[in-house]
Design a protein around this ligand. Structure first.
Ligand code: ADP
Ligand code: K
Ligand code: ZN
Length: 444
């Protein structure tokens, strides 16, 4: 273990630590963040009333919309100059959700990722091939900092360029790889295509997360790369990857680093706390963050908790796999995408209407997204076609150019590649009173 004393803290001591930290963080945000002062005042909660975990349900939830409403720095609890780093993830309006870290927060981020890597099997001196994206996304820099803290040799390869990744893995001989599960599948497939057998690869462990995955994928990756893979979970609002990680011994649920992040599972409809083992929304309270602590953050991720002791010796609670989400967020190759983000892009292009559908398929190991969108009535008249088909579009440079333009704008603003299909006016699905299904996720 990276921090054996903390990771095996007896539960009653862990609870006392959590309660002390909870009292502190509630008072801290009440004093420093006007948003929280208002939120608690409106809920009629005085910080002093929150004495222990029993009082947690009195606190209102913090939701993603609150972060958007306070874009970019409104939830910071410290002066901007004390923020050492900023990260961000997608948001519905095209504005990202912004998060900040003090120096101390970055230390905690590295600490929980180091614990996670160690739980995943990594040890000091091993080499990490880090294929998470670097940038505003927390994956790349998050794993990087944790690996350095653990004392690993980090290869900051980032995402993409599979040919080069395959070469580097063979030449550098890393023991550990971190990436999305779908990318691990891609790499496994590429090795197979090249006739490289998993036994000849140096890899022993894979740390996979940022998108939902299954035991079937685990089996493919384990066999294809010759590794034991574990799940890493996290979200930028709470810190990034490293909120929880499976232990490589059991691989039966991910230990949530509870001395820093306080978990609850609540009913998606009523918000009532649910008993252990029941599936509901994971809600997390940060206990130690300085720059942007969040109280009862509604992750939207559906899972369950188990407090059963684990053979690895860690006492921290385990969460099950993410079984789904309560909102309409799609995760395409690890990137969070909201339909409304796509809509915002379409509203900016006069030749198309915001009548659209997003179809996501799993082709081979990768997510493939198709965007079906209607051209405007005016544009359709101007083109003078009776109907639109792939052949018609290929043959007409104006249609062809429009299709490229939509694809490029989507890629540039949201960061995902979508195959664009142009529809004639009236062809996209319309709501018939009920909830319009703008997203067709055919991956499950
Ligand atoms: P991350 O860097 O972890 O992808 P984001 O803030 O971009 O952070 O996205 C967070 C969301 O990604 C989570 O709320 C969850 O829906 C999804 N996610 C992250 N890790 C996992 C995982 N291991 N399994 C399933 N979903 C995950
Ligand atoms: K994600
Ligand atoms: Zn364990």
């Amino acid at each position: 273990m990276y921090q054996p004393e903390l990771e095996t803290l007896p539960r009653e001591k862990l609870r006392a630590l959590q309660e002390e930290r909870l009292r502190h963080v509630v008072a801290y945000v009440y004093e420093r963040v006007p948003f929280y002062r208002r939120l608690l005042d409106e809920a009629g909660v005085r910080p002093g009333e929150i004495r222990g975990l029993m009082d947690l349900p009195k606190l209102p939830f913090t939701k993603k919309d609150h972060l958007r409403q306070n874009y970019p720095f409104g939830l910071f609890a410290v002066p901007r100059e004390e923020v050492a780093r900023i990260h961000a993830s997608s948001g519905t309006t095209g504005k990202p959700t912004v998060v900040g870290y003090t120096k101390k927060d970055l230390g905690i981020f590295a600490e929980v990722v180091a614990r996670s890597l160690r739980a995943a099997g990594a040890r000091p001196g091993m080499m990490l091939h880090n294929a998470y994206g670097y940038g505003l996304f927390t994956g790349g820099l998050g794993l990087h900092g944790g690996a350095e803290a653990l004392g690993m040799t980090v290869v900051p390869v980032s995402g993409g360029m599979t040919e080069r990744q395959v070469m580097l893995i063979q030449d550098f001989r890393p023991e550990v790889i971190s990436c999305t599960p779908s990318y691990a599948q891609t790499l496994a497939e590429e090795f197979r295509r090249r006739g490289v057998s998993p036994e000849t690869l140096s890899l022993e462990y894979a740390v996979l997360g940022a998108e939902p995955w299954t035991e079937a994928i685990r089996k493919q990756v384990d066999e294809g790369l010759g590794v034991r893979s574990t799940n890493i979970y996290g979200l930028s609002e709470i810190i990034g990857p490293g909120v929880a990680n499976e232990c490589v011994e059991e691989r039966q649920g991910s230990h949530i680093w509870e001395d820093h992040f306080l978990p609850e599972v609540v009913d998606p409809d009523t918000g009532e706390p649910l008993p252990e083992g029941k599936v509901g929304v994971l809600v997390l309270t940060t206990l130690t963050k300085e720059a942007m602590p969040l109280l009862r953050y509604w992750t939207g991720d559906l899972t369950f908790l188990t407090y059963a002791p684990c053979s690895c010796g860690r006492t921290h609670v385990r969460m099950g796999p993410i079984l789904g989400r309560t909102d309409d967020m799609l995760i395409i190759r690890g990137v969070n995408v909201y339909p409304t983000q796509v809509e915002a892009v379409l509203l900016d292009i006069p030749e198309v209407e915001p009548y659209y559908q997003i179809v996501v398929r799993r082709e081979g190991t990768l997510d493939e997204a198709e965007l079906k969108v209607e051209v405007s009535e005016a544009f359709f008249q101007e083109i003078g076609k009776k109907a639109l088909s792939d052949e018609v579009i290929e043959a007409d440079h104006r249609l062809h150019a429009l299709r490229e333009k939509v694809a490029r704008r989507i890629k540039d603003t949201i960061g995902v590649t979508m195959r664009v299909t142009l529809l004639a006016p009236g062809e996209a699905p319309r709501s018939e009173g009920g909830k319009l299904r703008r997203v067709l996720d055919l991956r499950k």
